[in-house]
Structure formats: structure tokens, C-alpha cells
Design a protein around this ligand. Structure first.
Ligand code: UD1
Ligand code: MG
Length: 518
């Protein structure tokens, strides 16, 4: 390990020895053993990544950092290392929660009797959860290597969760939801969703995995958001473990959740050190799928999928905001990450071309210097599709910055937003626009809500030419102004953290107004 100082090496050795000591001396307490394993997993991930980086690059697993002045290639799919170390850790951990069934008695009959009470279903839960996570690590890696098309990869997490749902059906089988108090006079106390409950859990798996993958693209943001979610889950579990009112089943399920989340926090921290700005490695889709599935697994088996979704508030918002692009109501470029400005070294909202700009617009805009118009000047006569590709490419920072620079006066300044009256008048689809009618309404609504900035043609001022890409990262830049890549990642983590606080207030305080809390 040539990349670390002697002091750090000693500290790591001490941590490793400490972790092994914890494991050996507390073998009867699975949670403490799990903490020991998590520390070991974190250190192993952190030290294995630099050692494996070159091998990954040689194998063709590499990507270009889109938001840097100099184009450098760095290893991609390092989530594979984190995922594998996580799985090995969990495999080694499997016997520990069942230790009391293996030890304690020399009396053969008594031991046999003990084994009759062995919690087979608990073991099945553990194994099926690992199978689901392992499948997603594998599928994420396949996506990194083969770049699987969205229509094929979209349902894969639901399929990977089938082993888990099967065990859920045998063990818990709870398919009813408790109706909130205000709705009980109409709907009754419980609603049995039956098979729909399984559909819902499959959707949770799909959402958790893909939502992290689409809130991505700047150094450290995928691991950063996942770490905040994982810590929130761990804190929530600990609250339940400490609470005197938690019954035995609740304690068991939250312990189960902690067994999965703590090693995840360990490997993610080890990975984040290398993925933090300026990234030395990329994590790939492998990590996004691995993280999402781990969250889905604990949410489903520990029976708190609704609380889990509260920790996903930024991802839910990002998904809803992205929906017009994801469902192709408006164009969606290959990369929607914010655009790096080489001159300022800051990130700015990236834009997608909606319609071509014709010669007349350019002449008009040059002479009039319309304040609504960004500085993007398309080549005359260029087709919509080539302009569209260029926008995606510009997001990939290959375009000349002066050519693609969004107008600083046009972005992030309230004075340029159309007034409500104008907006209402403009809500009718413009007949010459190439946009679909549904896309038009989406853009108008998002613009009215201040969630995107649209640039119109100079001639009529009504034909949308381009808009900022619909992601939470671009929105933060739109509202807060250009910032460094590192600060943007920190901003996303702060948003994620604040949403977790809101989630805790809802789950542990406001819940009393809508549910009977025991
Ligand atoms: C998703 C997003 C896409 C976004 C991409 C970024 C959707 C529908 N798709 O696509 O808009 O641009 O993630 O990951 O929202 N990269 C960096 N810096 C980073 C991380 C990634 O430059 O810190 C770049 C690298 O070139 C890397 C590439 O992003 O190779 C990875 O993109 P990939 O994960 O393949 O994109 P998708 O998941 O398909
Ligand atoms: Mg990705």
C-alpha cells in the first residue's frame, strides 16, 4: 500500500486487530460481530480498490470524467469490488445469528431437541436476501459491460426480488395495510391488498435500484446519497431496538436490517474515499443496483417499506421531475449530468435541444439581444436531431464552452421568468413547435413551477428551443447558481440529510396523528 503514510498504515492495522478482537470475543452477540465485520469490510474495500484499479482499466472497464478540464480515463464499475467484499462478509457472517443452536450442550439429545427449534425460515430469509442482492450486483456489472437497454433492464430488480418475495410469502405473508385514522370511516381499519402487495414490493425493488442510478454523474454523488440513506436506516433500526415498546418481532426484524446495513455502510465508506472529488475511480451501475437492492431487501423483509420510501424523498422527487424525459414526452439525451464550464471550473445546468433554431431567429436574436435567449447559437440550417445530439455531447463537455454556454442572465434569475398572465396565455400549444402536445404541457407546467428554464425562439418568443435537463442536480444549480462539482455533491448530501430529518419527524412524531402508535 504505497499510497498511505506509515501512521495511517498503523492506524489501519490497529483497526483491523480491534475488529478481529471484537469478532473473537463477542461471537455470542451477532450485532457486535457484525460491527467487527463491517469495519473489516470497509478497510478491505478501501485497500483493495487501488490495487485492482489497473486490472479494471486493462479489462476495458474505464470511463471518462465528464466534468474535468483535462480528459482522463479512470477505472469504472468499482462498485463490483465493494459488492463482492460485502457478499463475502455476509457469507462469513451467516452462522453468527444462529450460534446458540450450534453451541452450548454436550448432551446429544438436548442438542437434537435444540435443532428442532432451529429458525429455518430466518435462515431462508437471510439466504434469499443475499441471493437477491447478489443477482443485482451481477446485473449491474452486466449493464456496465454491455450497456443494457432501459426497456430490458427496467424490470430486472423485480425479477431479482422473487426469491425474497417467496420467503416473505411463506414466513410473514402480511399483505394488508393499516388504513390511516381519518380514512377509517370510509375504508375500515385494514385493507388486504393480496397479490397487489407483492406487485408493490417488486415496484419498490425497481424504484430503489433505478432511482439511485438516475441521480448520478458527478463525483461521489451516488455513494454519498446511499450513505445518508443507509445511516438513516441504521438510526431508525437503533431507535426501534432502544424503544421499550418494541415487541420481539419488531426487535428481530430491525436487528436483521442492521445486519445488512452496517457492512453496507462499511464498504460504501471504503469506496467513497476513492470516489470523492476528484474521483480516482467510478462506481458504475454495479454499485447503484447493489445499493438499491440492499435497501429494498431490508425494507421488504424488515417490513418497513413505507418508512424506507420516506428516506427516498429526493429520489422520488428526482424521478417525478425526470418522468417527462424518462417517458420520452420530451427528448432525453444519453447524459443529463450538469455541464462543466471549463473557463470557470464550475458546474452549470445542462440543456437539451427541443427544436431547431432557424436563420431568422439568429438574425433576430443577434439584432435584438433578447434577454430570454441563452447564448447557444446553433449552426444555421442544422437539423433538430443533430442539434439534439450536440446537446448531449455538450453535456459530455466535448463542445466548445463558448458555443454552449447558457446565458448567465437567463439561468437562475427570477426576472427572466414569464409572468403568470403570460404563462396562462402561452399554455396553448404553439402550432409550429415540434414538441408532442403532452411534452408541451409538461414543459409549461415545469416552467411555471420554476423547475426548468426554457429558452424560446427570438422571432415569436413562443417556440421552445431548449430547456434545462430535468434532474435534481440541474435544479439545484438553477436555483443556487453555478458551483463546483464537489460543492454540488455536498449540496445533494445536505438535501438528502434534511429529507431524512423530515422522514424521522413524519415516522416518529406525525405518525401519531394518522396511525395508532403502540
Ligand atoms: C444515468 C443517467 C444519465 C447520467 C449518467 C451518469 C438517466 C436516464 N440516466 O445513465 O443522465 O448522465 O447516469 O452516471 O438519468 N461520470 C462522470 N463522473 C462521475 C460519474 C460518472 O463523468 O462522477 C460519467 C463517466 O463518463 C461514466 C459515466 O458517467 O463512464 C457512467 O454513466 P452510466 O452509469 O453508464 O450512465 P447511465 O446509468 O446509463
Ligand atoms: Mg449509471
Amino acid at each position: 500500500m504505497g499510497h498511505i503514510s506509515a501512521l495511517t498504515a498503523w492506524l489501519i492495522l490497529a483497526a483491523e486487530v480491534g475488529a478481529v478482537f471484537i469478532i473473537l470475543t463477542t461471537a455470542h452477540d451477532p450485532l457486535t460481530v457484525n460491527v467487527g465485520f463491517s469495519i473489516l469490510a470497509g478497510i478491505t474495500t478501501w485497500s483493495a480498490i487501488p490495487a485492482l484499479s489497473e486490472i479494471f482499466v486493462k479489462a476495458g472497464l474505464k470511463g471518462m470524467d465528464l466534468s474535468k478540464r483535462t480528459k482522463h480515463i479512470i477505472p469504472e464499475s468499482m462498485g463490483m469490488v465493494a459488492g463482492l467484499i460485502y457478499l463475502v462478509t455476509m457469507f462469513v457472517f451467516i452462522p453468527f445469528p444462529f450460534m446458540k443452536w450450534f453451541t452450548g450442550s454436550n448432551d446429544g439429545d438436548l442438542q437434537e431437541l435444540k435443532l428442532l427449534t432451529f429458525p429455518n425460515l430466518k435462515l431462508a430469509e437471510l439466504l434469499s436476501a443475499l441471493l437477491s442482492i447478489q443477482s443485482m450486483v451481477f446485473l449491474g456489472f452486466a449493464d456496465d459491460v454491455l450497456d443494457i437497454r432501459w426497456r430490458f433492464k427496467m424490470p430486472l430488480p423485480a425479477i431479482a426480488s422473487i426469491p425474497l418475495l417467496m420467503v416473505y410469502w411463506v414466513h410473514l405473508g402480511v399483505t394488508h395495510i393499516v388504513v390511516p385514522i381519518p380514512l377509517r370511516p370510509i375504508l375500515g381499519q385494514l385493507i388486504d391488498l393480496g397479490v397487489l402487495y407483492y406487485v408493490y414490493m417488486g415496484m419498490v425493488a425497481i424504484f430503489c435500484t433505478h432511482s439511485i442510478n438516475i441521480m448520478a454523474g458527478i463525483n461521489g454523488v451516488e455513494v454519498g446519497q446511499s450513505l445518508v440513506i443507509a445511516c438513516s436506516i441504521a438510526i431508525n433500526d437503533m431507535i426501534f431496538l432502544q424503544s421499550a415498546s418494541s415487541g420481539a418481532p419488531a426487535i428481530e426484524t430491525h436487528l436483521f436490517s442492521l445486519y445488512f446495513i452496517l457492512p453496507f455502510i462499511g464498504v460504501s465508506l471504503g469506496l467513497l474515499i476513492h470516489n470523492w472529488y476528484p474521483s480516482k475511480v467510478f462506481i458504475g451501475d454495479t454499485y447503484c443496483y447493489f445499493a438499491g437492492m440492499t435497501f429494498a431487501v431490508v425494507g421488504i423483509l424488515a417490513h418497513y417499506s413505507k418508512t424506507l420510501l420516506l428516506f427516498f424523498i429526493p429520489q422520488i422527487f428526482n424521478f417525478l421531475l425526470s418522468a417527462p424525459q424518462l417517458f420520452r414526452l420530451v427528448p432525453c439525451p444519453r447524459h443529463r449530468v450538469p455541464r462543466y464550464n471549463r473557463q470557470t471550473n464550475l458546474m452549470e445546468p445542462s440543456r437539451v435541444v427541443l427544436d431547431e433554431e432557424d436563420d431568422l431567429d439568429i438574425e433576430f436574436s443577434n439584432s435584438k439581444q433578447d434577454s430570454k435567449v441563452g447564448s447557444r447559437q446553433s449552426a444555421p440550417g442544422r437539423s433538430a436531431s443533430s442539434a439534439f445530439l450536440s446537446s448531449a455531447g455538450a453535456t459530455a463537455q466535448d463542445a466548445d464552452d463558448s458555443h454552449m454556454k447558457p446565458s448567465s442572465s437567463a439561468v437562475g434569475e427570477g426576472s427572466n421568468l414569464p409572468s403568470t398572465t403570460t404563462l396562462l396565455q402561452d399554455f396553448r400549444p404553439f402550432k409550429d413547435s415540434k414538441l408532442k402536445r403532452s411534452g408541451w404541457y409538461c414543459i409549461k407546467l415545469l416552467e411555471a413551477l420554476g423547475l426548468t428554464h426554457v429558452r424560446y425562439d427570438a422571432k415569436t418568443g413562443k417556440r421552445p428551443l431548449e430547456m434545462t435537463n430535468l434532474t435534481i442536480l440541474n435544479l439545484i444549480l438553477l436555483k443556487a447558481g453555478p458551483m463546483s462539482e464537489r460543492n454540488l455533491t455536498i449540496s445533494v448530501m445536505v438535501v438528502q440529510f434534511c429529507c431524512s430529518l423530515v422522514a424521522f419527524v413524519i415516522r416518529h412524531r406525525l405518525v401519531a396523528f394518522v396511525y395508532d402508535v403502540v
